[in-house]
Design a protein around this ligand. Sequence first.
Ligand SMILES: C[S@@+](CC[C@H](N)C(=O)[O-])C[C@H]1O[C@@H](n2cnc3c(N)ncnc32)[C@H](O)[C@@H]1O
Ligand code: SF4
Length: 339
Amino acid sequence: MDESLEGVSPRIHALDLTARQFDMLAAAYGTAIDYRDLFSPQRDLPGRLRDWADKSGIRLRKLSTKARERGSRSEKVLFGLDDGYAIETVLIRRRDGMTACVSSQVGCAFACRFCASGQAGLKRNLSAGEIVEQVVRAGPKVNRIVFMGIGEPLNNYANVLDAIRILRDRRGMAFPTSGITVSTIGIPKALRSLREEHLAISLTISLHATTQEVRDRLIPGARKHALREVVAGALSWAQRHNRVVTFVYLVLPGINDTHADLQRLISMFSGRPARINLMRWNPVDSVDLAPTSDDRLGFFRQKLERAGVPVVVRDTQGRDIGAACGQLWLRDLTGIRIG
Ligand SMILES: C[S@@+](CC[C@H](N)C(=O)[O-])C[C@H]1O[C@@H](n2cnc3c(N)ncnc32)[C@H](O)[C@@H]1O
Ligand code: SF4
């Protein structure tokens, strides 16, 4: 992370600033505000903050709320961006707090067959500040963050890691990294870098196949990533950090749910620092796939359990408002889908 102010434009987004950069700006403009004030969850930001922003030419907020949709346990917020696109953030209520499911990119380059978010391709990366702002705007009840919205976080490595560092800074939001999960298709080079970071985050790998051929069909953008390198990179991260890595497996009838798949999953993960989350496909308009049956999911779960591989069946929240995993579309400012 470059902590100097070089190249920082006067219209910089306050939530892009590290505490050190803030100190330098505070010294240059003189201020009575504290770094923590930048992360104020209030809708009407305190006057002293607005005065400081006017004086220093800093933008306190960059996202504009375009729409909100409430479901039984989740809420979806459509945030407009400066360049005419709109991304979505999902808030999920839990018994002990709230989870913010944040977007990391404007669209996605990987074009997974089963997912809405990659249908328009990748337009650009979100900045660290645009990621942090999604959490700030979600309010103080958020105690978990999952990078499971639009985009592939490890394809925007620098900004996602900067966002995590800003979020966890004790002088700012002091968000515990143990409450942050990065979900990724597992880009091997980025996994090697992540292994060396001193960050106590959780890691989830979207695996979805046990052969290269099936994975290439399901995740066309990841064709150059060898499946065994993805798995080895994730397990190496787990060993280095003394953690368990979660592998997500979307069970798709007739595609990746054969007995041979089950056997390969068992031999890949038995005795490893890994757990498997079996998932059902959430429907996406104009995508010709079918969700698996409860029986098939139960069969996979039972066989994996018997082989000693930790496994859970995970059902995602938000299907009632099109906010479940993989159902978020890149949109324009009026909410019309792109892709
Ligand atoms: C939308 S992705 C974003 C994070 C990252 N790009 C990834 O693929 O892990 C979050 C999770 O949703 C899963 N997913 C995508 N489309 C889905 C769908 N239609 N039904 C269920 N899960 C889906 C992905 O495989 C991934 O585990
Ligand atoms: S599942 Fe993840 S990697 Fe695949 S298109 Fe959706 S957001 Fe991108």
